[in-house]
Design a protein around this ligand. Sequence first.
Ligand code: NAP
Length: 263
Amino acid sequence: MLTSLSGRSVIVTGASKGIGKGIARVFASKGAKVLLAARDLAQAEAAAAEIRASIGGGGGIASAVAADVSSPEDCARMAAAADERHGGIDIVCSNAGVFPAARLGEMSVADWDQVLDINLKGTFLTVKACLAGLKARGKGRIIVTSSITGPITGYPGWSHYAASKAGQLGFVRTAAIELAPHNITVNAVLPGNIFTEGMEALGPEYIARMTSAIPQRRLGSVEDIAYAALFLASDEAGYITGQTIVVDGGQVLPESPAALEDL
Ligand code: NAP
């Protein structure tokens, strides 16, 4: 049994849908005070209301703020909101991300910049905005949602996305060293294929192909990622920093598709 996170102030970016919403729900269900950030405020508020209804009287809190993580001003406003509403910042889940596909021949500079701005610069800006709040606590947790795509694998159409997700790990490792004297750990979760709204938009054919490439023969759930984040946020994970946890049902393990044929 891990030490309770009850009363801890948690920011989750990209929390109006998918993995971020799952992380927010699991932390709130454990009694944390969770601030959900996304660009579309109405959708983030709807997610916060759904979470409040689902946790009932469990002690957790969930509310929303509009923030585009590629904007330094928005990130500062997000950190200030957590400070005002929850009296500080203990845990930051930098999860917001986009994954539009474009092959190299068709990829524009604007396509590249958009993905890098949100996924990689957004992680830097989120962490930077929350640093003072985390340092003031004398301890803290930063958990980045990266991906298997980039750090471990590649996929046609996602060279910009893969670069952003691999770049996050370089950031994590260096930030982990810089923030170690402040008792702040910085780690990443690397999801495989997780069933979310964003994933659903890639279509049934993509989902069927991915499912057949996963030894566990199912896509992951948002809770599969949320519980890995919850562990990294726990007091018990305090000596783990600059590391990654792959949560993918074994997807990166087969050395070729043939390894799955006899299952
Ligand atoms: P999703 O269902 O599309 O949800 C994305 C969330 O991020 C939404 O809340 C969206 O809300 C928010 N967002 C997008 N751009 C933003 C911005 N500029 N500023 C603030 N929020 C922003 O995506 P998901 O599948 O849950 O993915 C979440 C994270 O997991 C991403 O970093 C993704 O790369 C990573 N991941 C996902 C999978 C997977 O299989 N699903 C696998 C590996 C890694 P708004 O549009 O309103 O801002």
